[in-house]
Design a protein. Structure first.
Ligand SMILES: Nc1nc2c(ncn2[C@@H]2O[C@H](COP(=O)(O)OP(=O)(O)OP(=O)(O)O)[C@@H](O)[C@H]2O)c(=O)[nH]1
Length: 670
């Protein structure tokens, strides 16, 4: 309740500092039953102060203070409390006594218990019971205290004994303790693998209890087969994959119309992955619609809407083989409306191709005028991609100009360095996706050949380093698609982030921790018996209701379940914010393929971008380009890992109104 508040000079940022555990709750409302008179503060019963009241009711349990942030405030509060307890009312005649009581009541109705009885009485007498002067004096003093950096004691209102009279011996059914509120708000502790109450949980396979300090299930019995429990995944991986080409996922990003789909379509055609017959069909059909220039883009833009609008809307997927690699191509949409799809694709990528349009004016609008070139590059870097091939495309439109190529390289080089890419991990390749110049063969065009003898695009892809796969870690996979398969069960698809999965394995599903069984699995439509970290797979699941799985849901190893929480701390870097981030700031949290509403519920500290040192504790707001530790709270429980434990599952993006405002790494799970 806000009844007892100093309204003048109140700073709402301070007001909510450290208030996060009960954020959004009125503790007064929740904690005391209005019928339970014994527990109500009543001055007519000689309880001069709330502390006096508390003293008389020793059996009231106070909640243990668990937030170190309160120490300083606690001391101030205790001082005020002692002041009230030790205070003896002065001897006054009846008229003065009546005036004084009236003043005390009046002041209390404004400032509540934040100011000691002694101060109110002394001020009342000093100003001859003039209520306006008394209030002026007390309120000004409060404001001055605050200005001097002292937190006014009233800010403790939410944790004063009044608010803590919450575990009274005669609880009414409606009574909720502060600690209960905290429990409810906190969701699931990392140490507790207990399943949250989800409306979707059928309960059939839901485990019940257990968990060690690291949030790992210890005493929960999830029955898995002996084969699954004792499997040596690294050995299995070496056996099955050592003779095969390594796999890599490459996302193609860039501003809308930079030529990404055309480039990939042409590359697929030139590498023999698209038949001449199919290409001829695309050519004829696109010609009929007057969109012949999109014929290569149609290889990946398969839907009618994408073709009619001439833009990519969802991530198109295909694959090519180089001498040493199998490369999964993820063609991302460039339009800003489809950035969520692009993020979902980028979470699956190992490396990226950034395509820019060399046409005069086009590069500038994609790069300098709020286009997606910058945003895409920052996003993929924030999502863990560190190798980048920059394709300077449509060079045919500028007569294969070396100067234009170098101008763009120069501009991008410094930006990409700032975005966190190492110079040695970035390459620049001149191309034309439409004419096919420098895609799979060295430069043929005289205008280009005259000054360029570097690698063609396929060479660049061939030389990407294959990231190490976390094969011998517990199994984790984020669901990117769900569909009804043939036969019993249903199918999910996604990329295995860590570990391995075999047919007949038991897995747990999302925050409900329901158990399911792998009926079959396939990679690129080929049935397999096992799959490993880095593989993009389709799985038929049995033993679980299809309605209990959603896109973004994590499927994981029952022996080492993933932490489930509604609240966690992140280290974020803020990009573009029109309104500074404050406590209560609503965001859309992107975690792998999951998009979930969340709220910034605590600004723990501003930190130095490169050293990570704390610059300011509890900042009031976060502006553009700042770096900070913040706490986020989601409305529903989600599966998440700390970045230090599983970097694949410890990254998040924050978006507001279609704009990416921050990227973060999970540092603590509450
Ligand atoms: N002149 C020229 N035009 C090109 C080249 N590459 C693509 N285009 C044209 O640019 C237009 C857009 O090409 P897309 O491949 O659809 O571009 P995109 O980047 O995939 O577009 P979104 O996915 O919607 O962002 C089409 O008209 C293409 O024909 C090129 O190298 N030279």
């Amino acid at each position: 309740m806000s009844r007892h508040r100093i309204v003048r000079g109140m700073d709402y940022n301070d007001e909510y500092d450290g208030y996060d555990d009960v954020y959004g709750h009125s503790v007064d409302d929740d904690c005391v039953s209005p019928t339970d008179q014994q527990w109500l503060f009543d001055r007519t019963r000689g309880q001069h102060s709330m502390s006096a009241f508390i003293k008389k009711n020793k059996n009231i349990q106070e909640e243990a203070e668990d937030d170190e942030d309160y120490d300083e405030e606690d001391e101030e509060y205790q001082k005020a409390r002692r002041d009230s307890e030790n205070f003896q009312m002065p001897e006054l005649d009846d008229t003065a006594q009546a005036k004084l009581s009236s003043c005390v009541d009046e002041v209390r109705s404004v400032v509540g218990d934040a100011v000691s009885e002694r101060r109110i009485v002394e001020t009342s007498m000093r100003f001859d019971y003039d209520i306006h002067k008394i209030l002026d004096e007390i309120l000004n003093e409060e404001t001055n205290n605050k200005d001097k950096g002292k937190r006014p004691p009233m800010l403790k209102l939410n944790t004063t004994p009044a608010a803590k009279t919450i575990t009274a011996p005669k609880p009414t059914p409606t009574k909720i303790t502060l600690s209960t509120v905290k429990e409810a708000r906190r969701g699931f502790d990392i140490a507790s693998p207990k399943a949250p109450a989800s409306p979707n949980v059928s309960g059939r396979n839901t485990p019940t209890e257990g968990g060690d300090e690291a949030g790992r299930c210890t005493n929960v019995i999830f029955k898995v087969s002996k084969d699954q429990a004792q499997r040596n995944t690294q050995q299995l991986y070496d056996q099955e994959r050592s003779s095969q080409k390594s796999q890599i996922h490459m996302i193609v990003i860039g501003h809308v119309d930079a030529g990404k789909s055309t480039l990939m379509g042409h590359l697929l055609y030139d590498t023999g992955n698209v038949s001449q017959r199919l290409m001829h069909k695309h050519e004829q059909e696109s010609k009929k619609l007057g969109k012949q220039s999109f014929m290569y883009a149609w290889v990946l833009d398969e839907t009618g809407e994408e073709r009619a609008r001439g833009i990519t809307m969802d991530v198109g997927q295909s694959r090519i083989e180089t001498k040493t690699k199998i490369v999964t191509l993820l063609d991302a949409p460039g339009h800003k409306d489809f950035i969520p799809n692009m993020i979902s694709g980028a979470t699956q990528a190992d490396v990226a191709l950034l395509v820019v349009d060399a046409t005069r004016g086009e590069f500038e609008s994609g790069f300098e005028l709020g286009g997606q070139t910058r945003e895409h590059a920052i996003l993929v870097r924030s999502l863990g991609v560190n190798q980048l091939g920059v394709v300077i495309n449509k060079l045919d439109t500028v007569g294969w100009s070396k100067e234009r190529f170098l101008e763009i390289v120069h501009k991008l080089k410094s930006f990409l360095k700032q975005a966190g890419f190492k110079e040695s991990d970035v390459s620049f390749t001149p191309c034309s996706g439409l004419t096919g110049e420098n895609l799979t063969k060295s430069a043929q065009e005289p205008g280009l050949k005259a000054w360029y003898d570097g690698p063609h695009l396929l060479d660049v892809i061939e030389h990407f380093k294959v990231p190490e796969r976390a094969v011998n870690r517990p199994f984790r996979m984020s669901v990117t698609d769900i569909y009804k398969g043939t036969g019993s069960g249903f199918c999910i698809s996604g990329r295995i982030e860590t570990g391995a999965l075999c047919v007949n394995d038991k897995v747990l599903v999302g925050a409900s921790r329901e158990q399911a069984q792998v009926k079959s699995l396939s990679i690129d439509d080929l049935t397999q018996t096992s799959a490993f970290a880095g593989d993009q797979i389709s799985v038929t699941l049995g033993g679980v209701d299809m309605n209990n799985i959603t896109v973004g849901c994590i499927i994981y190893d029952p022996q080492v379940p993933i932490p489930i929480t509604t609240r966690f701390q992140c280290r974020i870097i803020v990009f573009n914010v029109k309104v500074p981030i404050t406590i209560g700031y609503p965001v859309l949290l992107h975690h792998q393929s999951l998009i979930e509403p969340a709220v910034v519920c605590k600004l723990t500290a501003s930190i130095h971008k490169s050293t990570g040192e704390v610059v300011k504790k509890k900042p009031r707001c976060l502006g553009q380009n700042s770096c900070a530790l913040v706490e986020l709270e989601t409305s529903r429980a989600i599966c998440i890992e700390r970045y230090s434990d599983y970097k694949e599952l410890g990254r998040v993006m924050l978006r507001v109104a279609g704009v990416t405002i921050a990227a973060g790494m999970v540092t603590k799970i509450r």
